[in-house]
Write a protein that binds this ligand. Structure first.
Ligand code: SF4
Length: 161
Protein backbone atom coordinates (compact mmCIF):
# COMPACT_ATOMS: atom_id res chain seq x y z
CA UNK A 1 0.00 0.00 0.00
CA UNK A 2 1.18 3.52 -0.78
CA UNK A 3 0.04 6.55 1.19
CA UNK A 4 -0.98 9.57 -0.93
CA UNK A 5 -0.81 13.26 -0.02
CA UNK A 6 -4.57 13.56 -0.31
CA UNK A 7 -5.05 11.20 2.64
CA UNK A 8 -5.84 7.94 1.01
CA UNK A 9 -3.96 4.72 0.27
CA UNK A 10 -3.64 2.99 -3.09
CA UNK A 11 -3.58 -0.81 -3.07
CA UNK A 12 -1.97 -3.36 -5.41
CA UNK A 13 -5.15 -3.36 -7.45
CA UNK A 14 -5.09 0.44 -7.81
CA UNK A 15 -8.14 0.96 -5.61
CA UNK A 16 -8.34 3.81 -3.16
CA UNK A 17 -8.73 3.23 0.58
CA UNK A 18 -10.31 6.29 2.17
CA UNK A 19 -11.01 7.29 5.76
CA UNK A 20 -14.01 5.40 7.07
CA UNK A 21 -13.94 6.11 10.79
CA UNK A 22 -11.82 7.15 13.75
CA UNK A 23 -11.56 4.84 16.74
CA UNK A 24 -10.44 5.90 20.22
CA UNK A 25 -9.06 3.27 22.60
CA UNK A 26 -8.00 3.52 26.21
CA UNK A 27 -5.08 1.39 27.37
CA UNK A 28 -4.67 -0.18 30.82
CA UNK A 29 -2.51 2.80 31.82
CA UNK A 30 -5.26 5.25 30.80
CA UNK A 31 -3.60 6.44 27.57
CA UNK A 32 -6.17 7.23 24.89
CA UNK A 33 -4.97 6.42 21.38
CA UNK A 34 -6.70 7.43 18.20
CA UNK A 35 -6.72 5.11 15.19
CA UNK A 36 -7.89 6.06 11.70
CA UNK A 37 -9.55 3.31 9.71
CA UNK A 38 -9.20 3.42 5.91
CA UNK A 39 -11.55 1.23 3.86
CA UNK A 40 -11.22 0.12 0.27
CA UNK A 41 -13.73 1.53 -2.23
CA UNK A 42 -14.21 -1.83 -3.90
CA UNK A 43 -12.61 -5.24 -3.44
CA UNK A 44 -14.92 -7.24 -5.69
CA UNK A 45 -13.28 -9.89 -7.88
CA UNK A 46 -9.83 -8.85 -6.83
CA UNK A 47 -7.18 -11.47 -7.56
CA UNK A 48 -5.01 -10.28 -4.65
CA UNK A 49 -7.80 -10.69 -2.13
CA UNK A 50 -6.72 -13.91 -0.40
CA UNK A 51 -3.28 -12.43 0.25
CA UNK A 52 -4.54 -8.96 1.06
CA UNK A 53 -7.33 -9.68 3.55
CA UNK A 54 -5.91 -11.87 6.27
CA UNK A 55 -7.73 -11.04 9.47
CA UNK A 56 -10.22 -13.69 10.61
CA UNK A 57 -13.92 -12.96 10.05
CA UNK A 58 -17.13 -14.99 9.91
CA UNK A 59 -18.02 -13.19 6.69
CA UNK A 60 -17.09 -15.04 3.47
CA UNK A 61 -14.04 -13.57 1.74
CA UNK A 62 -16.06 -12.56 -1.34
CA UNK A 63 -18.15 -10.16 0.74
CA UNK A 64 -15.30 -8.57 2.58
CA UNK A 65 -13.43 -5.34 1.91
CA UNK A 66 -9.99 -4.31 3.06
CA UNK A 67 -9.60 -2.11 6.14
CA UNK A 68 -6.38 -0.54 7.37
CA UNK A 69 -6.10 0.78 10.90
CA UNK A 70 -3.33 3.27 11.58
CA UNK A 71 -2.37 5.97 14.06
CA UNK A 72 -1.68 9.30 12.39
CA UNK A 73 0.07 10.61 15.49
CA UNK A 74 2.41 7.61 15.54
CA UNK A 75 3.09 7.90 11.79
CA UNK A 76 3.88 11.62 12.10
CA UNK A 77 6.20 11.06 15.05
CA UNK A 78 7.94 8.24 13.19
CA UNK A 79 8.38 10.50 10.14
CA UNK A 80 9.80 13.31 12.29
CA UNK A 81 12.17 10.85 13.99
CA UNK A 82 13.38 9.50 10.67
CA UNK A 83 14.08 13.05 9.46
CA UNK A 84 16.08 13.72 12.62
CA UNK A 85 17.99 10.44 12.32
CA UNK A 86 19.03 10.98 8.70
CA UNK A 87 19.80 14.71 9.07
CA UNK A 88 23.47 15.81 9.18
CA UNK A 89 23.23 16.38 12.93
CA UNK A 90 21.54 12.99 13.43
CA UNK A 91 24.26 11.21 11.43
CA UNK A 92 26.97 12.99 13.44
CA UNK A 93 25.34 12.09 16.77
CA UNK A 94 24.85 8.46 15.72
CA UNK A 95 28.47 8.20 14.62
CA UNK A 96 29.66 9.72 17.91
CA UNK A 97 27.39 7.46 19.89
CA UNK A 98 28.88 4.39 18.27
CA UNK A 99 32.43 5.66 18.82
CA UNK A 100 31.94 6.95 22.36
CA UNK A 101 29.54 4.49 23.98
CA UNK A 102 30.74 1.30 22.31
CA UNK A 103 34.35 2.50 22.43
CA UNK A 104 34.12 3.08 26.19
CA UNK A 105 32.93 -0.49 26.81
CA UNK A 106 35.73 -1.82 24.63
CA UNK A 107 38.39 0.28 26.41
CA UNK A 108 37.14 -0.64 29.89
CA UNK A 109 36.93 -4.34 29.06
CA UNK A 110 39.93 -4.80 26.80
CA UNK A 111 42.44 -2.03 27.61
CA UNK A 112 41.73 -1.82 31.34
CA UNK A 113 41.17 -5.58 31.63
CA UNK A 114 37.88 -5.23 33.47
CA UNK A 115 36.03 -8.52 33.17
CA UNK A 116 34.03 -8.85 36.35
CA UNK A 117 33.10 -6.93 39.49
CA UNK A 118 35.23 -7.60 42.54
CA UNK A 119 32.50 -6.73 45.04
CA UNK A 120 28.97 -7.86 45.83
CA UNK A 121 25.77 -5.92 46.59
CA UNK A 122 24.17 -3.00 44.77
CA UNK A 123 25.99 -0.25 46.66
CA UNK A 124 29.42 -1.82 46.23
CA UNK A 125 28.89 -2.58 42.56
CA UNK A 126 27.71 0.99 42.03
CA UNK A 127 30.82 2.34 43.79
CA UNK A 128 33.03 0.13 41.62
CA UNK A 129 31.23 1.34 38.49
CA UNK A 130 31.71 4.98 39.49
CA UNK A 131 35.42 4.39 40.11
CA UNK A 132 35.72 2.69 36.71
CA UNK A 133 33.93 5.58 35.01
CA UNK A 134 36.18 8.11 36.76
CA UNK A 135 39.31 6.20 35.70
CA UNK A 136 38.04 5.97 32.15
CA UNK A 137 37.28 9.71 32.06
CA UNK A 138 40.71 10.62 33.45
CA UNK A 139 42.32 8.42 30.75
CA UNK A 140 40.19 10.10 28.13
CA UNK A 141 41.07 13.58 29.36
CA UNK A 142 44.75 12.66 29.41
CA UNK A 143 44.56 11.47 25.79
CA UNK A 144 42.72 14.63 24.76
CA UNK A 145 45.31 16.87 26.41
CA UNK A 146 48.10 14.91 24.69
CA UNK A 147 46.48 15.28 21.29
CA UNK A 148 45.33 18.90 21.74
CA UNK A 149 41.65 18.03 21.51
CA UNK A 150 40.34 19.56 24.74
CA UNK A 151 37.13 21.58 24.42
CA UNK A 152 35.64 19.23 21.82
CA UNK A 153 33.29 16.42 22.65
CA UNK A 154 32.01 15.35 19.24
CA UNK A 155 33.83 14.13 16.14
CA UNK A 156 32.65 15.89 12.99
CA UNK A 157 31.29 14.02 9.98
CA UNK A 158 33.76 13.63 7.17
CA UNK A 159 32.10 14.71 3.93
CA UNK A 160 33.17 13.01 0.74
CA UNK A 161 34.50 15.42 -1.89
S1 SF4 B 1 -8.46 -6.93 -1.76
FE1 SF4 B 1 -9.16 -4.82 -2.00
S2 SF4 B 1 -7.54 -3.62 -1.05
FE2 SF4 B 1 -6.72 -5.65 -1.37
S3 SF4 B 1 -5.67 -5.49 -3.31
FE3 SF4 B 1 -7.73 -6.21 -3.73
S4 SF4 B 1 -8.92 -4.38 -4.16
FE4 SF4 B 1 -7.05 -3.76 -3.18
Amino acid sequence: MRMKEDDYYICENNKKLRINKIIKRKSKTGYISEKTVYTSENCKNCTYKSNCIKRYSKKPLEERVKNIETSKLFNNLRKENLERIISDEGCMLRMNRSIQAEGSFAQIKQDMGFRRYLSKGNDNVLSESVLLAMTHNINKLHNKIQSNRTGTHLFGLKKEA
